[in-house]
Design a binder for this molecule. Structure first.
Ligand code: ADP
Ligand code: ZN
Length: 297
């Protein structure tokens, strides 16, 4: 059975894994994201050692923070492009890994790859159109439509959509450096901390922060559901560790849709429609292995 490598490259940490799927991760390493040279060299060394011990890798998949260039026809395919992360703008991520390891390399956004992982082994198995949204340090979404991960001009940037913001009820201006009060600016983990003056991890489930958070996230979901018509929405990321958010978001989505979408999944089945990732916080690393499978085929 072919062995694959996966890199989940986050703005704060890297996870590299070798295996064939969730039940068969043979080796894994995590380290803090450093400079591109350091982080890529460390990933390559990990895979070289794994190959020496476990046998050759058929391909590597990379799930990267972005913005990135995922278009194989582009001159800068495989690059981390315009990221504000110091040192990382214009980094040829795929080229360096491919040259060092000599195997095919798949490349996509962290959230598209998490969506792929959930499709291959998790909460989106058997679906062809769904959204994976992460609510953490930022908000990002990946989407599969008609069986394909969505790219297009670049890749979706679902966290930066606009939602209603009642400045009387919530005077917080938002923390997105580009848009202020876009969805991410209002509802990411740092926005919660800035609005209430205490980390999102410290707020009890009865704190008013959570009804407001559920309202913003539900508005974001409705804005994504109407154009994309996903068969399911998977919500991960640190903020969604607050499990009580799920029932609040589901109820608010139903209220906002106001009966317009008469699908069984929304009207009676919403508990199975807006769900946490079945792979937990492993969607990205396992998705990178699924991406490697695709790169090898
Ligand atoms: P990243 O976005 O860097 O990949 P996370 O998805 O863990 O990482 O998101 C980190 C953000 O999520 C931080 O703003 C943190 O305060 C918030 N967060 C992490 N865990 C929790 C939790 N259990 N409850 C609420 N917020 C959390
Ligand atoms: Zn924004």
């Amino acid at each position: 059975m072919a062995l694959y490598g996966g890199i989940e490259a986050g703005g704060t940490k890297f996870v590299c894994a070798v295996g064939t799927g969730p039940e068969d991760v043979r080796r894994e390493v995590r380290f803090a994201t450093g400079t591109p040279a350091e982080s890529i060299a460390r990933s390559v060394e990990f895979f070289q050692e794994a190959q020496a011990d476990l046998g050759p890798l058929a391909a590597v998949g990379i799930a990267s923070f972005g913005p990135i260039d995922p278009d194989p026809a582009s001159a800068t395919f495989g690059y981390v492009t315009t990221t504000p992360k110091p040192g990382w703008a214009n980094t040829d991520f795929v080229g360096q890994v491919r040259r060092a390891l000599g195997v095919p390399v798949g490349f996509d956004t962290d959230v598209n790859v998490a969506a792929l992982g959930e499709h291959r082994w998790g909460a989106a198995q058997g679906l062809n159109t769904f959204i994976y949204l992460t609510v953490g340090t930022g908000i990002g979404g990946g989407a599969m439509v008609n069986g394909k991960l969505v790219h297009g001009l670049m890749h979706p940037e679902m966290g930066h959509i606009r939602i209603p913001h009642d400045r009387t009820a919530d005077p917080f201006a938002g923390c997105c450096s580009y848009h202020g009060d876009c969805l991410e600016g209002l509802a990411c983990g740092p926005a919660i901390a800035a609005r209430w003056g205490v980390s999102a991890t410290e707020l009890g489930p009865e704190h008013p922060a959570w009804d407001l958070e559920a309202d913003y996230l539900a508005n974001g979901l409705v804005n994504l559901m109407l154009p994309v018509s996903p068969q399911r929405i998977v919500m991960g990321g640190g903020v969604m560790e607050q499990e009580h958010l799920f029932p609040r978001i589901r109820r608010r989505v139903q209220e906002l849709l106001n009966g317009y979408i008469q699908a069984e999944a929304i009207v009676h089945g919403i508990d199975a429609y807006i769900v946490p990732p079945a792979l937990g916080n492993r969607s990205g690393a396992l998705g990178a292995i699924a991406l490697a499978e695709l790169a090898a085929s």
